[in-house]
Design a binder for this molecule. Sequence first.
Ligand code: IPD
Length: 264
Amino acid sequence: MSRFSANINLMTSAALRAGRGLVRDFGEVEKLQVSVKGPGDFVSRADIRAEETLRDDLLGARPNYGWFAEESEPVSGKDPTRRWIVDPLDGTTNFLHGLPFWAVSIALEHKDEIVAGVVFNPMTNELFVAERGCGAWLNDSRIRVSARRDTETMLFATTFAADAWLGQGQTAETPSRRFPVNAGIRGWGSASLNLAYVAAGRFDGFWESGIQAWDMAAGLLLVREAGGIVSAVQAGRSPIEDGSIIAASGYAFDRFSKLVGAAD
Ligand code: IPD
């Protein structure tokens, strides 16, 4: 990891430590599935505990930075140009249901730009890391977005959340009607991991509206550093200010963003 800055090393060790705690909790969740009360409260506590671990590590080492995270109030640091943007458990619904597709996501923003990002899936031990100007990495290997050129062989990802789709007068089949020509769409429920998968060339594109900075900040840098293109659904805005993201390989982006834009 010496190719990266001290901040990346800090983010990585924080993600690994929080991830270890979450893996232990995930084991408990599987047992609680069958209890009458279910695992809901336990998962909320696990999420909060993971965020406390991350906050201790990240703000402990960089006390002047700001803090913007899913489970606690934002803090503005003495250094107003830098803040951590953190989702301790991205893919909470998956975690709650015992599905092993969730991640710890940490980004560092400097002067309104994301300059470092780490997405860690502790269930597969996959650590995705990107730093501005240094490329994107999965464990020790450099990653790049997909080179697939034919729409028929592409695979896209989004989220099929009932409130997002059905609440707007759309039906559950809408996504497949939007994409009549491609190979498929997956909706696996963790924005940061979906973006990491675009960076690694597994998906050709991902889009989602109505998401928060902590869901996408690290992942969007991964895609950019892996050679992909990222924008908000609404042209001219940044994904973080718009709360929406389209991320894809260079080959997929134009066609993909037209399809998403036409139906969004
Ligand atoms: C959620 C996941 C999900 C996305 C939601 C997010 P959370 O984050 O990223 O894929 O569709 O918009 O809120 O709540 O699990 O941290």
